[in-house]
Design a binder for this molecule. Sequence first.
Ligand SMILES: Nc1ncnc2c1ncn2[C@@H]1O[C@H](COP(=O)(O)OP(=O)(O)OP(=O)(O)O)[C@@H](O)[C@H]1O
Ligand SMILES: [Mg+2]
Length: 264
Amino acid sequence: MTTTLITAVTNQKGGVGKTATTIGLAGALAEAGKNVLIVDLDPQGHLTDGLKVPKAPSGTGAANLYRALVGEFTGSLADLIATHSEPAGRIDVVPNAYEMFMAVRDVDKVKAREQRLAKMLAPARGVYDQVLIDSPPSLDILTDNALTAADGVLIPVQAEDSSLTALQLLLPQIASVDADLRTKPLELHGLVVNLLRRPVNTLAKSVLDELGKLEGLPILATVPLSVVITEAWRYGKTPVDYAPDSEHAGAYRTLAKVLTEAAR
Ligand SMILES: Nc1ncnc2c1ncn2[C@@H]1O[C@H](COP(=O)(O)OP(=O)(O)OP(=O)(O)O)[C@@H](O)[C@H]1O
Ligand SMILES: [Mg+2]
């Protein structure tokens, strides 16, 4: 049976590259022949847009992530999935629905509220090699669900002071989810430094230095700021497909190897 690794791509700080990392990594994993499922847990729906996957239907009885999280949709996981195809293979996606914006309010009111996503993703175990959860920019019930459903976490950051501050909030939150909601602690895979401007200025260098000193949180890859990411997004492709020889594609392949290793 396939060993499935579920990874939450998380940082409550907005715009650091959670969605870009999820898409890039999914492309690299698919290229390596892995069976990949990605979950667009952010009500903004950027991942769904970035891969040009159709939104799920909304409304009473609709098969969508929101209805599944609040327990109104009890059908199979397969019914929630749309597919994104590219030359390297297929990526399954649990896409956004417009009504996902109600999830933060409504998931808070249901029983076992932090375990909803874990329960929903249970059938993915043994089927997919890798499941990636694109988290919203908040420390709310949706992020708690991501951190409860996952085996490990990948943290995109920028080489800016605000990312150091963000970690001071995120790491204790992960520790509290470990203590209160999990039987086994989340594996901290590490950091992905995204949107790095070249040449690297003195300030960025000093932040990189600080990030590099964080124990148990290695910098796994560095992804430069470049139009490659926004262009791939515009065309609904992953960077590995859009620009296979780019440094970006290389960084995502490195991350894919880390997660493949962690799945063993
Ligand atoms: N390496 C990069 N080079 C250029 N643009 C990038 C890069 N990474 C991400 N972007 C762009 O920067 C913006 C923010 O990235 P992204 O949406 O991945 O961040 P996020 O953390 O998911 O944001 P949010 O917190 O809103 O969910 C997007 O418009 C994305 O296309
Ligand atoms: Mg995002």
